[in-house]
Design a protein around this ligand. Sequence first.
Ligand code: GTP
Ligand code: MG
Length: 342
Amino acid sequence: GHHVSSQRIRFQRRNRPCRYDIDRFAPSFLSIFESLVPSQDEIAKQKQLLTSLSRIINKEWPNSKLYLYGSCANSFGFSNSDIDLCLSIDDKEMSKVDIILKLADILHAGNLQNIQPLTRARVPIVKLMDPETGLSCDICVNNLLAVINTKLLRDYAQIDIRLRQLAFIVKHWAKSRRVNEAYQGTLSSYAYVIMCIHLLQLRRILPCLQEMEATYFVTVDESNCAYFDQVDKLNNYGAHSRDTVSRLLWAFFHYWAYEHDYTRDVISIRTGRIISKERKDWTRRVGNDRHLICIEDPFETSHDLGRVVDKFTIKILREEFERAANILQFDPNPSVTLFEPY
Ligand code: GTP
Ligand code: MG
């Protein structure tokens, strides 16, 4: 039936060599990358917002600290992307919701606008707009693992520029094809960046920082976060490889379309390898976690970033991976066709 023949096609394509002229498309992918990178001016405005909000909040809570996290701090953010902030505060008396409500009052007094405390969200936040810079942002409370995984991604990005090039293009593809909507069962931007890091680890363009001797350690909510963070010492690591961004893109989509074993494998940047679902006990559905595509979080190792994917969206995702792989293999204009809106 249909299932058997699509398995056979996948098997035949698994060892398909990359088209001979793939490098010809690198310049057009690079110019797409350049067009998505935020300007220095925008980055300066984000820093200015962090400084002014920190000043306002610290007056009330001198022991608190405000951090940027997510795409505006992990170096995978597009121009005009939203700003994620996290307030770290040690107050045993107040619940998260109390802190969010008080924070909203503090921000009101500090003349910020459009302040909305969302206390019933899965992750409670305050939304606001800063009239000085015109920027809008979300502030969450005590979500320190997100701050630390932001640093890990930023550190990886410093080792080899091709990680940022690849991840920007993959994110741009995912947004164009509407498969970057975790709340609708596809994958988050965070998950796509981890998938890119993993591919570059397998190709020895990136090392595995968590397997190296640790120079940075923190413990957050029972997770030990330790890794080698002196990445300025590693900026020759991938120099042996002359793979261009277009070749890496081909490899990325070819891997997820034809090579990845969805029934057995978990990708893990913590180990720099593929590990088995069996070892993680991710072979069956537990609660709402179906483990149909398994992407291990580098620090919260019991956390599968693919857990939001269900039996409908896995099909959509795999069809999109195959579409992209075939465009990179055959299309005369892959840097246009790849991003055609869904
Ligand atoms: P864009 O806003 O799409 O440009 O990307 P982003 O990097 O801000 O990604 P996203 O909104 O997916 O995630 C924001 C941050 O939340 C990530 O950078 C992580 O630090 C953190 N995070 C931690 N665990 C998870 C998770 O399971 N899912 C998501 N989405 N984010 C997580
Ligand atoms: Mg974001």
